[in-house]
Structures are given as structure tokens and as C-alpha cells.
Design a binder for this molecule. Structure first.
Ligand SMILES: [Fe+2]
Ligand SMILES: [Fe+2]
Length: 459
């Protein structure tokens, strides 16, 4: 199997190339842009699959695709792009042109990408074409991406001469910046790992890949939300399987910064909410929307700081992580408990989730203090009407109150839809529920946020 892969971001290209190699055991020819890839095809190289980004300087994915069509090449094409509407871009009947063509939204969900590639592999009856991927059982890794990880995921080797490799790092050794400088001075650009350890090596890189995508945000501000959503899913699954890695924490930090930046840039909140709604699972989506609205409220309050923003963001991200995603749990999270509708067992599990999520998070010392308190209190309401502790407002933590209000607002928008009428209705409703002095400033901030959007013009 030989893949032709065009992507202009070097780090994404390097990491995904390794991923493709690990999936296919075949050869990957990489290109910086569409034009270069066209050059490869014009040179008569046979490839079994093309994977391409769309937006690239010096030849887009569309240029490449149109070339393939024009030359009537029967090569499946996986288009990986953040673009919303590829029809608008000129891809025509892309998905019908070849049954194996696939559109993979960027940042790519790994299972989708894997499935697309495996279906191409299983459809080809011919003998697999392509060079063996390794040199004497060793796979090359670019220095640049190697040092994105803090610790060596596997043993690492350098090549001293053809076919001869020497181990320079043991698995889990620290990879420092000084070392990278040292090897760069020696003009070493590539190190090696054992072929059979490729999957293990790639484990931390799925998180690192998300970080690279997060860094690309400035170029594509409208994709920020999708990236956050994807990153959140990855962090959750990592957290549940292998605990909180340093990479996951760093990714979370870069997401908070993005979140704050997004708040500074353009609180055209109506547009953002509309962009966010209905794209993914309710549990993930309402968490991110709560993070965003909490951040906006917070930036209007005197105790706003990087620190408090970080805490409330993490709390948003993890507050419902002990819910299992079943429809009963989602329903209670959104609509509340309705006895008769939900089983006693489900209700009990639901009532426990704030403390369960909170306890889970509390174990990680990297998570700043108070985050778990916000999580434990996220369903408390004034006058002791919430759960699990039926706390009076004065006994809740101030940051929890910001969270509770945002969460309430987000759920309301999900139930009633987002337009000027429902938001006004929601605000009226909130004034009754959160009438106590401890909530006054928070509600004023909420009004301010929405006035920005609603005063003078109609949505
Ligand atoms: Fe929630
Ligand atoms: Fe919840």
C-alpha cells in the first residue's frame, strides 16, 4: 500500500504519516502542497490512496483533486479539511465520484480516519504495493516532533551507519530542549524507534496533535469550537484510561487561553452559540458552552484572573464526566429529574454524579484546588433547592455560582432554542430563581453579555 499525503503543517504531517504507517505497514509519500503531489503523480508513481488537506499555499487539495479527475485516475481520495461546505469549494460530487472517497473533518477523529484507510486497503485485490516502511526494523522519527513529547514514549535510537542503530534514550527518559539543540548542532534530524513499538510511540502524540491544531487556531478562528470539542473528548478518554498526562494538562491550558482569546475578540455571542449548537454530543457541547459563558461572565467580575478562568474552564470540562452518556442521564442533566419517568436506580446515580465527578478530579494534583468544589456544587440552587447537598447560596463557593448560572442558561437555551424571545424569557426566569444578593453581580454580567448582542439590532 502506498499513500500520497499532502499537508502543509509539518508537525501534523509527520505525526499522521506515522499513524498511516502504523495502520498500513506501507509507504507514505509526503508533500507540502497540492502542486507537489500533482508532480508525484505526473512522475508516474503509482499510489493506492491520496490523503490531502484542502487549504495549502502552493496548490490546494482541490487542485490535486481536479487533477485526479481530469486524468481519470482511479485513486480513492480522503479529503481532510476544516471547511464546512466542500461543494461550495468546488469539489462537486466528491463523495459520489468514487465510493471510497471520504471527507474527514479536521481535526480528524482517529477512528474515522482509520476506518476510511482500512476500507481502501480491504478493497484492493492486488498485491500490496510500496516499500517496506522500516530500515532493518527501525522507523524514522523527525527530531522536531520527537521533542514535542516530554518523555520518550519508547526506546529511541540513532543510526550510526546503514543498518546499525544505537539506543540513546530509554522509554520514559526525559526529552529536554538542551538535547534537541545538541543533536541539531550535530545535524541529526532523524531518530529511530523499533517498528513494533510504533503504536506505543504514537500514544502521547494524539494529544500532541490536538495541541498543534489548537495552535493553528489563529489562522482559522471559526474552527476553534470544533477543535475544543475534539480535544475535550480526547482528554476525557485519556483521563479515564491512563490518568492525567502532562500533555493533556498542557492541552487543557492552551484551550483555556483560546477560550479567553475568543472572549476578548468578539463576544458576538448569538453567532457563537448558533455555531456551537447541535454539532456533537449534548454532554460535551453543553460543557464547552458553559465554559465559554462562564468565562465571559467572569471577565466582567472583579475577581477575574487567569487562575480563576482556568479553574472554571476545567470545571466545565469535567463537571459531568461521571455521567455515562446514556439517554436517561442526558435527559436528567438537561430537563431535571422527573419521577415516574426515570428509574430509581438511574435517579440515584444521577444524584451522585456531582460528587463522583468531583472526587475523580480531586485525585489529580495537577488540577488546581477549588475546581473540584465547583464540580461538586454544579447542581446546587438558591434556597437549598438544588442537589446533592441542598446548600444555601451563602454556603456555595463564588466561582460555583458563576458556573451554576452559566449552566442554567445553557440548559435553558438547549431546551427552548436560541433566539431573542427565549433568552429574554430565560433572563426573567433567572431573576426569580437567582434573586439573592450573592447572585446579583453575576446576573448583571449576564445581562451585559446579551445586551451586546441584542440592543438595537435583531438577531
Ligand atoms: Fe452539566
Ligand atoms: Fe451535571
Amino acid at each position: 500500500m502506498r499513500i500520497l499525503y499532502a499537508e502543509d503543517n509539518e508537525e501534523i504531517r509527520e505525526i499522521l504519516t506515522l499513524r498511516f504507517k502504523s495502520l498500513t505497514k506501507g509507504e507514505v509519500i509526503t508533500c507540502d502542497n497540492g502542486q507537489e503531489a500533482i508532480g508525484v503523480l505526473e512522475g508516474g508513481v503509482n499510489v493506492d490512496l491520496i490523503v490531502s488537506d484542502h487549504f495549502m499555499d502552493g496548490g490546494t487539495g482541490l487542485d490535486l483533486y481536479l487533477f485526479v479527475k481530469r486524468m481519470k485516475l482511479d485513486i480513492p481520495f480522503i479529503l481532510m479539511t476544516g471547511a464546512e461546505d466542500i461543494h461550495e469549494l468546488g469539489f462537486g460530487d466528491f463523495l459520489e465520484d468514487n465510493p471510497l472517497n471520504k471527507l474527514i473533518p479536521k481535526p480528524p477523529k482517529m477512528p474515522l480516519l482509520k476506518e476510511a484507510i482500512l476500507s481502501v486497503m480491504s478493497s484492493s485485490e492486488e498485491e500490496p504495493d510500496g516499500l517496506p516502511q522500516s530500515e532493518n526494523g527501525h522507523v524514522p522519527i523527525r527530531l522536531k516532533i520527537l521533542y514535542r513529547a516530554d518523555f520518550a514514549p519508547t526506546d529511541i535510537y540513532i543510526k550510526i551507519r546503514d543498518g546499525h542503530f544505537v539506543k540513546i534514550y530509554n522509554s520514559e527518559d526525559e526529552l529536554s530542549e538542551e538535547d534537541i539543540a545538541k543533536y541539531e548542532r550535530k545535524n541529526i534530524e532523524t531518530m529511530y524507534i523499533k517498528e513494533e513499538e510504533l503504536n506505543k510511540f504514537l500514544e502521547p502524540y494524539m494529544i500532541i496533535l490536538m495541541k498543534v491544531f489548537a495552535e493553528e487556531v489563529e489562522q482559522e478562528p471559526n474552527r476553534i469550537y470544533e477543535k475544543q470539542l475534539e480535544a475535550q473528548e480526547i482528554i476525557h478518554s485519556q483521563l479515564k484510561s491512563s490518568g492525567l498526562t502532562e500533555e493533556a494538562m498542557e492541552l487543557a491550558k492552551s484551550l483555556v487561553e483560546n477560550n479567553m482569546k475568543m472572549g476578548e475578540q468578539s463576544p458576538k455571542i448569538g453567532t457563537l452559540i448558533k455555531q456551537m449548537m447541535g454539532k456533537a454530543d449534548f454532554l460535551y457541547e453543553h460543557s464547552l458552552m458553559t465554559a465559554y459563558i462562564s468565562g465571559l461572565i467572569l471577565s466582567d467580575l472583579t475577581w477575574d484572573s487567569q487562575d480563576t478562568q482556568f479553574k472554571i474552564y476545567l470545571a466545565s470540562m469535567f463537571h459531568d464526566m461521571s455521567l455515562d452518556g446514556s439517554s436517561a442521564m442526558k435527559d436528567m442533566e438537561l430537563n431535571g429529574i422527573i419521577s415516574g419517568k426515570h428509574s430509581d436506580n438511574d435517579i440515584e446515580r444521577f444524584l451522585n454524579h456531582p460528587l463522583e465527578s468531583s472526587n475523580f478530579i480531586h485525585e489529580f494534583r495537577e488540577i488546581p484546588p477549588d475546581t473540584n468544589v465547583i464540580i461538586a456544587q454544579h447542581h446546587e440552587l438558591p434556597e437549598g433547592k438544588g442537589f446533592p447537598k441542598k446548600l444555601l447560596s451563602a454556603r456555595t463557593f463564588p466561582l460555583s455560582r458563576v458556573f451554576i448560572v452559566s449552566h442554567f442558561l445553557v440548559d435553558y437555551i438547549y431546551k427552548e432554542g436560541f433566539n431573542i424571545v427565549t433568552v429574554k424569557k430565560c433572563l426573567t426566569h433567572m431573576k426569580q430563581i437567582f434573586h439573592e444578593p450573592t447572585y446579583e453581580k453575576i446576573l448583571i454580567s449576564v445581562l451585559k453579555i446579551f445586551k451586546l448582542e441584542f440592543s438595537g439590532k435583531k438577531e
